[in-house]
Design a binder for this molecule. Structure first.
Ligand code: PCA
Length: 328
């Protein structure tokens, strides 16, 4: 029979159980992203987050924050490292001040196609995972941007015509290439790009069709030279303390979702590469290969960067280059 006393006890027990289960096991992870919500990196990260949330039955909910809305691109790595955010995404090569190994995918003309970029990733991945581990981070997945081309307000047959042009850089490599080409680099995150071009702070940049498309660069520049200089990658990583706080089943769900996300990013990037350039043409931009003189100038700059990287990265770098060659 139902007694009042029993009812009170069981209601209290139920309340306690519910309270405990939400306090002890349900967790929400904020995931800062630097790029716009509609970009395929961000969309796939959101799908990754939804998959983890769903497969853990809401025990771990991951919520993405695109466009640098939670932490700006330049802050994400240290935010996750310090545990201010448990998980995040960052452009790998932007971390070159931590270690030159991070910069490998942005060495000009080293890997210029999707298969080459994949071989380079395979060569770099063990070192990357180790570097992150040393930084209190757990590597999850990494996928590319389409090949990098040159956006310019001015038509250019060679670097002589670019002298003094203001250049938007996204890492040390792009800054250095700009310098060698006689331009004036400033680092600007993708989220601030439209503003920078609209106000004349930037007049040129090296990036993929993807970022120019996201930021409607045709409103500001007329020329896209399809240089195909390299394919930089983003990567997603987790704070190690946050990771170790998860049970094994949850970690397994995350690793599976990360593997799915990684193959989706590679496929989507390749699928969209030409689409972006077609949209530029439709919007009235002049899109085409770089003229021979300009291409030769970029290649000369690229050689300087390769030599400088070899010097900085020493024996570790040489081993990775050999590994990359073996994988091609
Ligand atoms: N887009 C990013 C990095 C590389 C790319 O294609 C950007 O321009 O910030």
């Amino acid at each position: 029979m139902f007694s009042r006393r029993n009812f009170t006890v069981s209601a209290a027990a139920l309340g306690l159980a519910m309270g405990l289960s939400s306090a002890a096991s349900a967790e929400k992870w904020d995931m800062p992203l630097a790029y716009s919500a509609t970009n395929y990196h961000s969309q796939i990260a959101a799908e990754f987050a939804a998959e983890v949330t769903e497969k853990t039955g809401g025990k771990l909910e991951i919520v993405t924050h695109p466009s640098g809305s939670l932490f700006g691109g330049a802050e994400i790595f240290s935010a996750v490292r310090r545990g201010l955010a448990p998980i995040g995404e960052r452009l790998v090569s932007a971390l070159s001040n931590e270690n030159p190994i991070y910069e490998m995918d942005s060495i000009p003309f080293l890997a210029t196609s999707f298969p080459e970029a994949k071989a380079l990733y395979a060569a770099q991945k063990p070192a990357l995972t180790k570097l992150l581990d040393d930084a209190n981070l757990v590597f999850l997945y990494s996928g590319p941007w389409p090949p990098q081309g040159f956006y310019s307000k001015v038509q250019a047959g060679s670097k002589a015509e670019l002298k003094g042009l203001k250049f938007r850089a996204y890492n040390a490599t792009t800054s250095r290439v700009a310098e060698l080409m006689g331009m004036l680099p400033t680092k600007i995150e993708a989220a601030e790009l439209s503003q920078a071009f609209a106000t004349g702070v930037a007049e040129s940049m090296i990036s993929s069709g993807s970022t120019g498309y996201d930021r409607k660069l045709w409103e500001h520049v007329d020329y896209f030279y399809d240089v195909r200089a390299w394919l930089p990658r983003n990567m997603v990583f987790v704070n190690k303390d946050a990771w170790e706080g998860l049970d094994e089943a949850t970690q397994g769900i995350i690793l599976d979702a990360a593997a799915t996300a990684e193959s989706k990013v590679w496929a989507k990037s390749e699928e969209l590469a030409d689409y972006y350039l077609e949209q530029f043409t439709k919007e009235g931009m002049t899109v085409g290969d770089a003229p021979a003189g300009l291409k030769a100038d970029f290649q000369a700059a690229g050689q300087v960067l390769l030599d400088e990287w070899k010097e900085k990265a020493g024996d570790d770098g040489a081993a990775l280059l050999a590994e990359y060659e073996a994988k091609q």
